[in-house]
Design a protein around this ligand. Structure first.
Ligand SMILES: *[C@@H]1O[C@H](CO)[C@@H](O)[C@H](O)[C@H]1NC(C)=O
Ligand SMILES: *[C@@H]1O[C@H](CO)[C@@H](O)[C@H](O)[C@H]1NC(C)=O
Length: 423
């Protein structure tokens, strides 16, 4: 009896001690994101230009120590190795020299972009959660200025657009009209960039938020995205034959569903292959009954999956991104037989559940189908709008982090940056 009581209280105090220690670990985690620790752990960031001196001597308790202070009871709660894993830590990456250019006329989150030759067309997006844009701004890469602005159709969505371009016509598919977490529309439009005229286009069979969208083999393909409630991942895949901004068929055709659904993925057609990269399952939803569709956070899972369709019309699963990554639908360019992806969001912090932004530049090699990390952005940022012109890699807009030591999202920006890129 006595022994068992003693054992009991020993166990209890061990549990408390363990919890206190774990709390200590959790509280110090915030300092770890960008700290250039002297630890030899390959998972720690070596992002020295983001690190602040004062954290550089911080010691990370190794797993053996965490093991020691755990017992069976807290074992399940103990912080797994994944805490320091590449899931959300900054990855080691070479520094790039960034030059700040003229900012966009407005800050933009969840906007979209299309590059046609030396012009970058950036579309709509949120200014704040309570205000959305309904216009296009154009940046001229030749003289590096914002040169023009024109309106989008009233009925067109303002964010979470599916978007693809054939070099002249821009197809704008479904998405979310209005601010906060409003209901989606299936309405679809085509912009003729030469005349700046908008035309209506057959609506998607069902509305989707941020579906993967691309022109491929003469057809406009739309897949994944979130369903009507903004949260449930859709796996449906539709296509319709198009030419010169017109649908050649009356109805969308049902295609082979994508293995994993969800919004905010990069969708890229190169040669005869269609790639769908990253994304997430789940998203913010409107609070039930809220007249303004106020956003409320729901469980979301970010992933790094890469899927490919080729002539066989069967989805193939390729090497995933170096870390889970979402909100990258306009964050890519094709360069020298590779796909470059800039920024994004990764899995939430496993302890404090906060959202974590991505600051790396990734390269997907189309010959080997392998990934590498080729550099870092001036800060972590999601929903970047990317472009490439004359040797320079550009990005503008998105929501950036809270600073070098804090990868959580904060300010919506309109900044434009570029770096000289040679691969
Ligand atoms: C872009 O800038 C170049 C260089 O100033 C200029 O020649 C060209 O006309 C501009 N393009 C547009 C569409 O304004
Ligand atoms: C692309 O590859 C070509 C040939 O290898 C090279 O000359 C060029 O510099 C590369 N471009 C970039 C931007 O890296």
């Amino acid at each position: 009896m006595v022994r068992s009581a003693a054992k009991h209280s020993f166990t209890k105090s061990t549990v408390i001690l363990s919890l206190v220690s774990l709390l200590g670990v959790a509280l110090t985690l915030d300092f770890l994101w960008a700290s250039s620790s002297s630890s030899s752990s390959p998972y720690l960031s070596t992002a020295s230009n983001w690190a602040r001196e004062k954290y550089s001597t911080f010691e990370v308790p190794n797993n053996a120590e965490i093991e020691k202070i755990s017992d069976d009871k807290v074992q399940t709660n103990r912080i797994p190795e994944r805490v320091l894993s590449a899931t959300f830590a900054d990855l080691p990456a070479p520094a790039l020299e960034w030059e700040q250019m003229q900012s966009a006329p407005v800050p933009r989150l969840d906007g979209s972009a299309i590059q046609i030759n030396n012009l970058l067309y950036v579309f709509s997006g949120y200014g704040t959660l309570d205000y959305v844009h309904s216009h296009v701004d154009i940046y001229n890469f030749t003289d590096n200025t914002w040169i023009e602005r024109f309106e989008t159709p009233k009925e067109m969505a303002n964010s979470h657009l599916g978007m693809a371009c054939d070099g002249r016509y821009v197809y704008v598919v479904s998405g979310q009209p209005g601010p906060q977490c409003g209901a989606p529309t299936a309405r679809t439009f085509v912009l003729d960039t030469e005349t700046r005229k908008w035309e209506s286009f057959p609506p998607l069979p069902a509305p989707r938020y941020a579906p993967a969208t691309q022109l491929w083999r003469g057809r406009l393909h739309v897949m994944g995205g979130s369903k009507e409630n903004r949260h449930t991942p859709g796996v449906d895949h539709w296509s319709i034959a198009v030419k010169n901004g017109k649908a050649l068929e009356k109805e969308w055709r049902t295609e082979v569903p994508i293995p994993r659904g969800g919004p905010h993925r990069a969708c890229v057609a190169v040669d005869d292959r269609l790639f769908v990269i990253g994304g997430q399952e789940g998203d913010f939803m409107a609070k039930p009954g809220s007249p303004i569709f106020k956003c409320s956070r729901r469980l979301e899972v970010v992933y790094g999956d890469v899927y490919m369709l080729d002539g066989e019309m069967k989805w193939k699963i390729l090497t995933p991104l170096p870390k889970p990554n979402s909100h990258i639908e306009s964050s890519w360019i094709i360069l020298n037989n590779s796909i470059i992806i800039m920024g994004g969001t990764t899995e939430k912090h496993p302890v404090n559940k906060r959202m974590i932004l991505v600051g790396e530049v990734f390269q997907f090699h189309l010959d080997t189908l392998k990934w590498s990390v080729i550099g870092k952005l001036p800060y972590r940022v999601k929903t970047t709008l990317a472009g490439f012109w004359n040797g320079w890699l550009y990005f503008t807009s998105g929501q950036r982090d809270r600073g070098p030591d804090n990868p959580q999202p904060r300010k919506v920006v309109g900044e434009m940056w570029r770096t000289k890129l040679s691969l």
